[in-house]
Write a protein that binds this ligand. Structure first.
Ligand SMILES: *Cc1c(COP(=O)(O)O)cnc(C)c1O
Length: 226
């Protein structure tokens, strides 16, 4: 068994055990395997081991890595988990099944226009800056309600949930709890939260998607594969 296969089994086992301990339904949590910086060969290994949901944080890197993999008979679901520039919206709408990082009105408007033009509607999550960090992407919690209204009512975007990346130095549970509460209040069912270091905490607090990179693929290479 390859290291990636063994890691996947381990992570899946921990997800299942946490679902059970938290009285959550079996398989109610989806594992998004974050393959950023890892080569296509690593993704292929994960596919062979039964993984089919992947996360990438750059449009360009995903565009280079995934079309060939997609040509295989395996059904792949690709998530964008990194910041999206408006000039990459066309490519992103064509490539991703879920865009997790909708974080400003200008981007929401560009997505609405491109979906209309292309006739393709990836699911969307709104990234919330739960720690209100000035340098970090995401809608501040106080502006979320107005932003959801803009996305849903005015732009008719397929918003299905929320995602967050807690501040590195904070206790993540507080941020996961806050995100879950905001999703509940707005009737949003998808909650993308939790990474290698804290996905079990996120599952206990209601995550439906955990984004796990290094615990599946090992430490990331320093440079992007060419
Ligand atoms: C890289 C990344 C992850 C995965 O991080 P690990 O700590 O390697 O599991 C999850 N979410 C986002 C937004 C990322 O950029």
């Amino acid at each position: 068994m390859s290291a990636i296969h063994a890691n996947l089994q381990d992570v899946r086992g921990r997800i299942a055990a946490t679902e059970k301990a938290a009285n959550r339904l079996e398989s109610s949590v989806s594992l998004v395997a974050v393959s950023k910086f890892h080569p296509a060969a690593a993704v292929e290994e994960a596919i062979t081991a039964g993984q089919h949901i992947f996360g990438e944080n750059r449009v360009q890197e995903a565009a280079e890595k995934f079309p060939a993999l997609r040509a295989s008979p395996n059904e792949i679901e690709l998530h964008l988990i990194g910041p999206l520039q408006t000039n990459k919206v066309r490519e992103a709408v064509g490539l991703f099944d879920v865009i997790e990082t909708v974080d400003r009105p200008k981007l929401a408007e560009a997505l609405a226009a491109e979906m209309e033009r292309a006739g393709r509607r990836p699911d969307l999550l709104i990234q919330v800056n739960t720690g209100e960090e000035p340098q970090k992407a995401g809608i501040p919690p106080t502006e979320l309600e107005a932003f959801i209204e803009l996305c849903r009512e005015k732009l008719r975007l397929p918003v299905i949930g929320l995602m967050c990346i807690p501040p590195i130095d904070d206790e993540p549970a507080m941020h996961f709890g806050l995100l879950a509460e905001m999703a509940r209040r707005h009737g949003l069912e998808t909650l993308s939260m939790g990474m290698s270091a804290d996905f079990e905490t996120a599952i206990r607090l209601g995550a439906t998607h955990v984004r796990v990179g290094s615990a599946v693929f090992g430490p990331r290479p320093v440079t992007t594969p060419s």
